[in-house]
Design a protein. Structure first.
Length: 95
């Protein structure tokens, strides 16, 4: 991982994977491929009281959704999430 890696930049909503350290989970989102549902569950895992919210902005806007993204961490910690086999890395695709 290098400082230029897009996953370390917080300027776009779905470019940086979501990280849940407690459950050792890294989730890469692809818009329109189960990301709303999965972000709701990530909010539940993060103990966010309003995790069932149907407000799209609350769910998707990383400035207010309460979820941590890889870009919120230093490069060495972000690399650890990807290299550590105890972390599950998840992405859903649509064919």
């Amino acid at each position: 991982m290098s400082p230029n890696d897009r996953s370390l930049h917080c300027d776009e909503w779905d470019k940086s994977p979501y990280v849940n350290e407690e459950n050792k989970l890294v989730f890469c989102t692809i818009p329109k491929v189960a990301c709303t549902t999965f972000k709701k569950y990530l909010r539940k895992f993060a103990h966010i009281a309003k995790w069932k919210s149907t407000n799209e902005n609350e769910i998707h806007n990383p400035r207010i959704n309460g979820l941590k993204r890889m870009c919120n961490y230093q490069i060495d910690k972000a690399s650890h999430f990807l290299e550590d086999d105890s972390f599950m890395k998840v992405v859903f695709v649509r064919e």
